[in-house]
Design a protein around this ligand. Structure first.
Ligand code: LLP
Length: 413
């Protein structure tokens, strides 16, 4: 079974690049996140090549996975970083990103975060509230910084055909500014002498399978900015979809580029992909703690849960689950659940999968995006370790150690 160019089953063993996953799991224990840096590099290069014709500059969306080794790999490839908090800006800088190559986005940036980003020389501010313009201008003026670059985030009132929890461009969403508010901001931009309001930002959601919505949003964006020649940059956000099943087709990027390219002529183009770069490069490895039968159903209770991967509980996401070593051909209908005291702590419902026993290990696939990044300490569970397989594919290293009970207690009086 081949998941992608880096992750596949060879004979009976799940491999990540040149390494058997079970050998790494034996040393590091579970639950464990494991990422292929080679696959991340390849995903980045594929996106870059697909958007070459429109000259797009990619800012990797750190919210998908802000692991330092991953950020370093992407920064070394030339990526900028899309950051949504002071914490993500700090991580980006720590990974070696130039401040100029960071986009600071987010619907609720604090004045302190803005001031710090201005001081550090962050390249772009994606603005979603009129008051932010004042904050950025004041911060820039107080340190004598000239012309902080601003992109206004437009809410185009276009519904993306995706899960409602990851849809952001419809009218009722909290994101962005209306066309009217953007017009007003542009008319009044001379009130902010330290700003260069020269970009427009539009991101209608994540896991966007339907390019028609993207094209519609872009067409509306163009209509809005045509009267304002000072707008020279269009930031299209992220949202490029990935396959969550190994046999699931995904829409071609080239088709999308062909459809949007005519609208982008003459503009500098920025992108903020997250999921498409890291999702399929990561797996979450877990061990079966118990097997039990209840109400005619088979439950596999594993040592990973909604605290390591919340996507199934939060969005009903379906991640494939495969044994690290396939020991039999028997298939069963199973419920894969975690130890957390919540009925929603379910990783797979009624899933046809390989029969497992206590002690068997499994990989929860396509967990590189919004997995560890959304992990929590609920139930006072220590967050898992993260390991990376080097770009060469033949060695691994621990990137972040497993949290300890001491880590959990450290901040309390
Ligand atoms: N730019 C903006 C303004 C965003 O809001 C997002 C994602 C991205 C870029 C990156 O989108 P991507 O390329 O990763 O689709 N936790 C959810 C996804 C939330 C996405 C939030 N914003 C999940 O696990 O599916």
């Amino acid at each position: 079974m081949v998941f992608n160019s880096s992750i596949r089953v060879v004979d009976t063993r799940l491999m990540i690049d040149d390494l058997p996953v079970d050998a790494i799991a034996r040393e590091l224990e579970t639950p464990l996140y494991l990422y292929s840096l080679k696959r991340i590099q390849e995903n980045y290069r594929r996106l870059k090549a697909a958007f070459e014709s429109v000259g797009a500059r990619i800012h990797y969306s750190a919210k998908a996975n802000s692991n330092a080794a991953i950020l370093r790999t992407l920064v070394d490839e030339g990526a900028g970083i899309d950051a949504v908090s002071g914490g993500e800006i700090a991580r980006a800088l720590h990974a070696g990103a130039a401040a100029q190559d960071i986009v600071f986005a987010g619907v609720g940036k604090t004045a302190a975060e803005i001031a710090s980003a201005v001081e550090r020389g962050v390249g772009w501010f994606n603005v979603e509230n009129e008051l932010e313009l004042q904050y950025i201008n004041e911060a820039a003026s107080s340190i004598g910084r000239e012309k902080a670059q601003v992109a206004l985030r437009f809410n185009p009132e276009v519904s993306a055909n995706t899960h409602p929890h990851i849809s952001t461009g419809h009218g009722g969403a909290k994101f962005g500014l209306t066309a009217g508010a953007i017009g007003d901001a542009l008319e009044q931009s001379e009130r902010f002498p330290c700003l260069s309001v020269c970009g427009i930002h539009v991101h209608i959601g994540s896991q966007l399978a339907d390019s028609a919505a993207t094209v519609q949003a872009l067409a509306k964006t163009k209509q809005l900015i045509i009267p304002y020649p000072e707008i020279h940059t269009i930031n299209l956000g992220g949202g490029f979809p990935v396959a969550y099943r190994h046999d699931q087709p995904i829409p071609s990027l080239e088709n999308l580029v062909n459809r949007i390219a005519p609208h982008l002529h003459g503009y500098q183009v920025l992108l903020e992909p997250g999921r498409a770069i890291v999702a399929d490069a990561g797996i979450l490895v877990a061990t079966v703690l118990y097997v039990k039968e209840l109400a005619g159903k088979t439950f596999y209770i594993v040592d990973a849960s909604m605290t390591e991967l919340i996507r199934p509980a939060l969005y009903g996401a379906q991640h494939e689950i495969v044994p690290l070593v396939q020991s039999n051909d028997e298939r069963v209908l199973a419920q894969v659940v975690g130890p957390v005291c919540e009925s929603t702590d379910v990783l797979a419902i009624d899933r046809e999968m390989a029969r497992l026993q206590v002690g068997d290990q499994v990989a929860i696939m396509t967990a590189g995006a919004y997995g560890m990044a959304m992990a929590s300490n609920y139930n006072s569970r220590a967050r898992p370790a993260e390991a990376v397989v080097a770009v060469a594919g033949d060695s691994w290293s621990l990137s972040r150690r497993r949290e300890t009970i001491e880590d959990l207690l450290r901040l309390e009086a």
